[in-house]
Design a protein around this ligand. Structure first.
Ligand SMILES: *[C@@H]1O[C@H](CO)[C@@H](O)[C@H](O)[C@H]1NC(C)=O
Ligand SMILES: *[C@@H]1O[C@H](CO)[C@@H](O)[C@H](O)[C@H]1NC(C)=O
Ligand SMILES: *[C@@H]1O[C@H](CO)[C@@H](O)[C@H](O)[C@H]1NC(C)=O
Ligand SMILES: *[C@@H]1O[C@H](CO)[C@@H](O)[C@H](O)[C@H]1NC(C)=O
Ligand SMILES: *[C@@H]1O[C@H](CO)[C@@H](O)[C@H](O)[C@H]1NC(C)=O
Ligand SMILES: *[C@@H]1O[C@H](CO)[C@@H](O)[C@H](O)[C@H]1NC(C)=O
Ligand SMILES: *[C@@H]1O[C@H](CO)[C@@H](O)[C@H](O)[C@H]1NC(C)=O
Ligand SMILES: *[C@@H]1O[C@H](CO)[C@@H](O)[C@H](O)[C@H]1NC(C)=O
Ligand SMILES: *[C@@H]1O[C@H](CO)[C@@H](O)[C@H](O)[C@H]1NC(C)=O
Ligand SMILES: *[C@@H]1O[C@H](CO)[C@@H](O)[C@H](O)[C@H]1NC(C)=O
Ligand SMILES: *[C@@H]1O[C@H](CO)[C@@H](O)[C@H](O)[C@H]1NC(C)=O
Length: 811
C-alpha cells in the first residue's frame, strides 16, 4: 500500500483546518434576525479597534474580520455566530483578527453575556482585561493562546464553571494555575509554553472531565502523580519539556486509565518509568525521548504495551529492547547507541515509520526491511552501513516512499530503489559509478540528494527533466555539460551541482524552471558570460557561480538587471570585467532593498507534500572565513563579487541594499572613494573591500554601522584617520594594513604623532557630490511585495517527528 500523502506537513494541514473552520464560521452566520442591542455592542467593539494591525509573519492567516462588520448587513459579521432563536451573540471567532492594544474593563466585549465560545488567540492585547473575562460566565470554550499575556491567571477564572475547553498556551503566565481547579466541566486544557513552576498541583486531579491536558514547556518538577495518569476522562497528556523525575513510590498506578497519548519527552525520567506506564493498557502513543538521565533503558515486551502504535525512545542508551507490540506503526530509535539492528522489528507487520538514525550500526542493511509491506519511511542516516544484504534489487519490492541513507559508508553503485520513493537521501557516502538512469523512471521522486559521493559520468538529461524538484549532486566527480531543460514547465526548485567537473555553458533553458530558487554551480569548469537571462526566473533567491570560468561584463545596457527575489549572489573567483554604473543596484530585489522585518526565520527547503528534512546547503565566505551553511536561512542576504577583474567606482546604489548582511568586493580593481552613504547599510555584518585601488578617507559614517563585526580594507590606497567606533577599533590590524597612509587604532600609527594633526589627507576632496544621488525611493516604489510566495515554498523549520501539539489539533 502506498500512501504518498499520508504525512502531509502537519503545519499546513493545521492551517488548512483553520481555513476550513473559518469557512464554516462564515457560512454559519445565521440569518435569523440578531437582536439590535447585540448589533450595537458588536459595532461598539469594532470601534474600539479602529486600526487593525496584521502580523502575517507571526500569524500567516490573519484576517481583518471586524473590518467588514456593518450594522446595515447581518451577513457582514464575519466570525460571529448568533443564536438562531434568541438572536444573541453566542460565538465570537476572532483568532488572528489583527486586533491589538488594550481591551478596557468597560469594553463592549464584556457586555456579550450570552457568549459561549470566545476565541481571541493570536491577537495582541495587554493583560489587563483578563480578570473581566470572569464576567462571561456562560463561556464553554475559551481560546487565548499566543497573545503575549503575562502574570498570574486571575482568580475570577474560577467563576467560568461551564468551561469545557481552555487554551492558554504560548503566553508568559507564571505561578500556579489553581483558579482553574474548580472548573469541573473542563475537558481540555492547554497551558503549554508558559512559566508555571513547582510540582504538578494536586487539585488538578479534581478535574474529572478533563479530556486533553497540555502542560509542556513549563518548569514542573517532582514526580508524576499516578492519579494524574488515571484521571477518568483523560485521553491525551503532554508533560514534555519539564523537569519531572520518577520514583517507585508514587508510580503505583491502577490499570483503570483511559490515557491514549502520553508525551513525557525531555524530562529526567529513568527506565523505571516503564513499569508503571505498562499498566496503562489503552496507551497508543508514548513519547519518552531525550531524558536527562544516564540510566540505560530496558524495554521488553513482557511489560505490556499491547496497544502501542507509536513509540519514541530517541536519545536513550538502550540496554535491552524487545517490543511485542503487534500494532506498532511508528518507532523512533534514533540516537540510542545501538550496535545491532534489533531483529524483533521484523515481526512488526504494521510498522510504517522506522527511525534508526545516529546509532552505531554497521555492515549490511538487513534485507528483510524491504519485505516489510507497511514500511513507508526508513531513516538509517549517521551510521556506518557499507552495503545491502543480498541483491540490491530487493528494494524494488518495498513500498518505501522515503529512504534516508545519509552519512554512512556505502560503497559501489546506487541500489535500485523502490518505485514509490518520493524522497531519496544518500549524500555523504562513497557511492561510485554513473548516476543510474533508472532514477529517471521514478514516477514519484521529488527529492534526490546524492551529494558528497564519488559518482562520475555525466548528469543524465532525463533526470534533470524528470519530476524531481530538488536535485543535489554536489561534490561528486560529474563531467560533461549541464543538460538542457526540455520541458517548458521544468519542475526544478533547487539545483545544486557544485564541485564537480561540469564544462560548457549554463543552459539557457534553465529559464524554463520558473520555480527555481536555488541555483548553485560553484567549483566547476563552466565557461560562459554573465547569465543576464536568469532574471527571468521570478523566484530565484540564491545564485552561486563561484569558481568557474565566467567572464565578460556584469552590466549590459541591453539587459538591465532586476532579480525579483534574489537574496544571495556569489560570483566570486571568475573573470568578470568592466565597470558598473552608479545606479547598478536600483532594480535589484526588494528582498535586498527593503529593510528586513522581524520574522521567525525558517530554512530554505522544498516541498510541503511529504515530511522530510532535506535542506540545500552552500559555501559562503563571511567575516574572512570560508564556511559551509548547512541550511540557508531565509533572512540571509549576501553579495560576493570578490576575486574578479571589476573596476571603476563601487556603484553608489549599493547603499540601497538595506538588508544586506555580507558584502565582499575584495580582490578587484575598484577605485575611487568609499561612499559615505554606506551608513545606510544598517544590517551589514561583514564588509570586505581588501585588495582594490580605493583611495581617500574611510568615511566616518562606517563607524555608525552597529552590526558590523568584520571589516577589511587592507591593501588599498586609503589615507587618513580610521573612524574610531567600537566596531572598527576592535578589528584586527591586518584589516587595515597595506594602505598608503592610514592612521589610528587598530593600527599602531597615531594620527597625531610626529606631524601636526593637519596632515594632507585633511584636504582630500569630499566624497561624490550630492546631485549624483538618485531618487532611490522612486526606483524602489515600483516593486510589489513577493514575500508570500517565498513563504509558501519555504519550509518552516520543524522536526520530522510531528509534535503531539499539532496532532492535538486534528483530534
Ligand atoms: C471606558 O472607560 C474609560 C475610562 O476609564 C473611558 O475613557 C472610555 O471612553 C470608556 N470606554 C467605553 C467603551 O465606555
Ligand atoms: C472552589 O470551590 C470551593 C467550593 O466549591 C470554594 O470553597 C473555593 O473558594 C473555590 N476556589 C476558588 C479559587 O474559587
Ligand atoms: C501498590 O499498590 C498496591 C495496592 O494498592 C499495594 O499493595 C502495594 O504495596 C503498592 N506498592 C507500592 C510500591 O507502593
Ligand atoms: C540535566 O540535569 C542536570 C541536573 O540534574 C542539569 O544541570 C542539566 O542542565 C540538565 N541538562 C539538560 C540538557 O537539561
Ligand atoms: C545524542 O544524544 C546525546 C544525549 O542523549 C546528545 O548529547 C547528542 O547531542 C545527541 N546527538 C545528536 C546527533 O542528536
Ligand atoms: C517480491 O515479492 C514477491 C511476493 O511478495 C516475491 O515473490 C518476489 O520474489 C519478491 N522479489 C524480490 C526481488 O524479492
Ligand atoms: C572518491 O574517490 C577518491 C579516489 O578513489 C577518494 O580519494 C575519495 O576519498 C573518494 N571520495 C568519497 C567521498 O568517497
Ligand atoms: C574523476 O574523474 C576523472 C576522469 O573522469 C578521474 O581521472 C579522476 O580520478 C576522478 N576523481 C576522483 C576523485 O574519483
Ligand atoms: C532599471 O529598470 C528600468 C526599467 O526597467 C530600466 O529602464 C533601467 O535601465 C534599469 N536600470 C538598471 C541600472 O538596470
Ligand atoms: C539613506 O537612507 C536615508 C533614510 O532612509 C535616505 O533618506 C537617504 O536617501 C538614503 N541615501 C541613499 C544614498 O540611499
Ligand atoms: C584582510 O585581508 C587581507 C588580504 O586579503 C588578508 O591577508 C587579511 O588576513 C585579512 N584580515 C582579516 C582580519 O581577515
Amino acid at each position: 500500500m502506498v500512501k504518498p500523502c499520508l504525512h502531509v506537513d502537519s503545519i499546513s494541514s493545521f492551517f488548512f483546518c483553520l481555513l476550513v473552520s473559518s469557512f464554516f464560521v462564515r457560512s454559519l452566520v445565521s440569518l435569523p434576525s440578531p437582536r439590535p442591542d447585540q448589533i450595537e455592542i458588536l459595532m461598539a467593539f469594532k470601534n474600539e479597534f479602529p486600526i487593525l494591525k496584521c502580523d502575517f509573519s507571526k500569524w500567516p492567516d490573519s484576517e481583518q474580520k471586524t473590518k467588514s462588520w456593518t450594522s446595515k448587513d447581518v451577513k457582514s459579521f464575519d466570525g460571529v455566530v448568533f443564536d438562531s432563536e434568541t438572536g444573541v451573540v453566542m460565538e465570537l471567532h476572532l483568532g488572528g483578527a489583527c486586533l491589538s492594544g488594550s481591551l478596557s474593563a468597560n469594553s463592549s466585549l464584556f457586555r456579550l453575556h450570552h457568549l459561549r465560545y470566545l476565541d481571541l488567540s493570536s491577537n495582541y492585547f495587554d493583560s489587563s482585561f483578563l480578570p473581566e473575562l470572569g464576567k462571561l460566565t456562560n463561556l464553554e470554550i475559551l481560546y487565548l493562546s499566543d497573545m503575549g499575556l503575562a502574570g498570574e491567571i486571575p482568580s475570577s477564572f474560577s467563576s467560568l464553571n461551564r468551561l469545557t475547553k481552555l487554551q492558554l498556551s504560548g503566553n508568559e503566565f507564571i505561578g500556579s494555575f489553581s483558579p482553574l481547579f474548580n472548573l469541573s466541566k473542563l475537558s481540555s486544557l492547554f497551558l503549554g509554553n508558559n512559566l508555571f513552576s513547582g510540582n504538578i498541583p494536586c487539585p488538578l486531579l479534581n478535574l474529572s472531565n478533563l479530556y486533553v491536558l497540555y502542560l509542556s514547556n513549563n518548569l514542573f518538577s517532582g514526580n508524576i502523580p499516578c492519579s494524574l495518569l488515571t484521571l477518568p476522562s483523560l485521553s491525551t497528556l503532554d508533560l514534555s519539556h519539564n523537569h519531572l523525575i520518577d520514583s517507585l513510590e508514587t508510580m503505583n498506578c491502577s490499570s483503570s486509565s483511559n490515557l491514549e497519548r502520553l508525551d513525557l519527552s525531555y524530562n529526567r525520567l529513568s527506565g523505571r518509568i516503564l513499569e508503571p506506564l505498562s499498566k496503562l493498557t489503552n496507551l497508543q502513543e508514548l513519547y519518552l525521548s531525550f531524558q536527562n538521565t544516564t540510566d540505560p533503558i530496558n524495554f521488553i515486551s513482557s511489560l505490556g504495551f499491547k496497544s502501542l502504535e507509536w513509540l519514541d525512545l530517541s536519545g536513550h542508551a538502550i540496554s535491552r529492547l524487545n517490543l511485542g507490540s503487534p500494532n506498532l506503526k511508528e518507532l523512533y530509535l534514533d540516537n540510542c547507541s545501538l550496535n545491532e539492528f534489533p531483529t524483533f522489528i521484523k515481526d512488526l507487520q504494521k510498522l510504517e515509520t522506522l527511525d534508526m538514525g545516529n546509532n552505531r550500526l554497521k555492515g549490511e542493511v538487513p534485507k528483510w526491511l524491504w519485505s516489510m509491506s507497511s514500511l513507508i519511511e526508513l531513516y538509517l542516516s549517521q551510521n556506518s552501513f557499507d552495503s545491502f544484504e543480498d541483491k540490491t534489487e530487493m528494494l524494488l519490492n518495498s513500498s518505501l516512499t522515503l529512504l534516508d541513507l545519509r552519512s554512512n559508508a556505502f560503497r559501489g553503485s546506487l541500489p535500485i530503489i523502490s518505485p514509490w520513493l518520493i524522497v531519496m537521501l544518500a549524500s555523504d557516502n562513497s557511492f561510485t559509478g554513473d548516476i543510474p538512469l533508472s532514477l529517471c523512471n521514478q514516477r514519484f521522486l521529488l527529492v534526490l540528494d546524492l551529494g558528497h559521493n564519488n559518482f562520475s559520468g555525466s548528469i543524465p538529461s532525463c533526470l534533470i527533466n524528470s519530476f524531481v524538484q530538488q536535485l543535489d549532486l554536489h561534490n561528486n566527480n560529474l563531467t560533461g555539460r549541464l543538460p538542457d531543460i526540455l520541458d517548458k514547465t521544468g519542475s526544478l526548485v533547487t539545483l545544486d551541482v557544485r564541485h564537480n567537473q561540469i564544462t560548457g555553458k549554463l543552459p539557457r533553458s534553465l529559464t524554463n524552471c520558473k520555480y527555481l530558487y536555488v541555483l548553485n554551480v560553484e567549483g566547476n569548469k563552466i565557461v560562459d558570460t554573465f547569465p543576464f537571462w536568469l532574471k527571468e526566473l521570478p523566484n530565484l533567491r540564491v545564485m552561486v557561480l563561484r569558481s568557474n570560468m565566467f567572464h565578460g561584463p556584469l552590466y549590459s545596457p541591453q539587459h538591465p538587471l532586476s532579480f525579483p527575489q534574489l537574496q544571495m549572489i556569489d560570483i566570486s573567483r571568475n573573470k568578470f570585467t568592466g565597470k558598473l554604473p552608479h545606479d547598478y543596484f536600483v532594480n535589484w530585489s526588494t528582498t535586498l532593498i527593503s529593510p528586513q522585518e522581524e520574522t521567525k526565520p525558517y530554512y530554505m527547503g522544498g516541498s510541503t507534500i511529504v515530511r522530510y528534512d532535506y535542506y540545500p546547503s552552500m559555501y559562503l565566505r563571511n567575516k574572512g572565513i570560508n564556511m559551509e551553511l548547512e541550511k540557508i536561512l531565509d533572512t540571509y542576504r549576501a553579495i560576493d563579487f570578490s576575486e574578479n577583474e571589476l573596476g571603476g567606482q563601487i556603484p553608489e546604489s549599493i547603499s540601497l541594499l538595506k538588508s544586506l548582511i555580507v558584502l565582499d568586493l575584495s580582490s578587484n580593481d575598484f577605485s575611487g572613494h568609499i561612499p559615505s552613504s554606506w551608513s545606510n547599510l544598517t544590517s551589514l555584518e561583514s564588509l570586505d573591500l581588501s585588495r582594490n585601488q580605493l583611495s581617500g578617507k574611510i568615511p566616518q559614517e562606517l563607524a555608525t554601522l552597529s552590526f558590523l563585526e568584520y571589516i577589511n580594507v587592507s591593501h588599498n590606497k586609503l589615507t587618513g584617520q580610521i573612524p574610531q567606533g567600537t566596531q572598527i577599533v576592535g578589528q584586527s590590524k591586518s584589516s587595515f594594513e597595506g594602505n598608503l597612509n592610514l592612521c589610528g587604532l587598530p593600527l599602531e600609527k597615531s594620527c597625531f604623532g610626529d606631524k601636526a594633526p593637519s596632515t594632507p589627507e585633511a584636504q582630500e576632496p569630499e566624497p561624490p557630490k550630492k546631485e549624483q544621488v538618485l531618487n532611490w525611493q522612486a526606483a524602489v516604489m515600483g516593486y510589489g511585495p513577493g514575500v508570500l510566495f517565498g513563504l509558501a515554498i519555504g519550509h518552516v523549520f520543524y522536526s520530522h517527528k510531528p509534535v503531539l501539539f499539532y496532532k492535538l489539533f486534528r483530534l
